[in-house]
Design a protein around this ligand. Sequence first.
Ligand code: SAM
Length: 289
Amino acid sequence: MAYLGIPKNTVEILQKYNFSFQKKFGQNFLIDTHVLDKIIASAEITKDDMVLEIGPGIGTMTQYLCESAKKVVAVEIDKSLIPILEDTLSEYDNINIINEDILKVDINKLVEEENEGKPIKVVANLPYYITTPIIMGLFEKNVKVESITVMVQKEVAERIKSGPGTKDYGALSLAVQYYAQPQIVANVPPNCFMPRPNVSSAVIRMKLHKEPVVNVCDEELMFKLIKASFSQRRKTLTNGINNSPELKFTKEQVTKALIQMGKNENVRGETFTLDEFAKLTDILKCTQT
Ligand code: SAM
């Protein structure tokens, strides 16, 4: 078995198929067995699990996943990688390769068909150009997922796990933390990839909450308020919400709600916790109706 985590084996397979990297697909293949071991261990995969891998590339991580999981479904957009995957994964009978754009796949249907509707684990070295739509798509479409363990740009990992009052805290932190508990499990330098990316990377594991951590009467309204509050970082929360084309609240309504919460009317969004955004949503929702 030629494990592709060993750089020599990756080079051989790339030459065999005369493969040329496509920058537009964010192709940076892993060539470090320690990082691969770390990802697999953090994802806590067992022989009961179905794993969805987004962007298997030449199958480097897929080989490890096939050995640890019951079943692996790998979705790869680049059709020139399909014959390579069929070659590098030929020894496994628990792999299903789908040549498709992950953003166009009905993942709920996939979970239903491939895992009888039971929660799956998502593991990936993500294409960085679509990190946020992939992660938020899984959450917002309520895909039955137990955990998501993914390689992302280091800066994005920091934003995801940040708390109120820090420079990286923002709409992405709140959105992810509403659904899951994030933890950075490894920092990964550029030399662990072929070709080397221009940025540092990190592996982040997001375990989905079993019970909601906050209760809110209107989830959609809360996320609109969050988006508006962070759209202009230097503005007060009141101005951010008032200036949003998506929202119809007056400055007076927002100020009144903040006072009701015991907050200063000049407060900025970056100091607000998820719980406070939920409370503000509940108060403003009553104002609306
Ligand atoms: N998993 C491999 C590894 O770790 O070596 C490759 C990771 S590489 C960073 C990202 C992979 O995602 C590439 O194989 C790329 O072709 C694929 N990809 C890019 N956009 C995609 C999309 N929209 N849907 C599915 N796969 C995509």
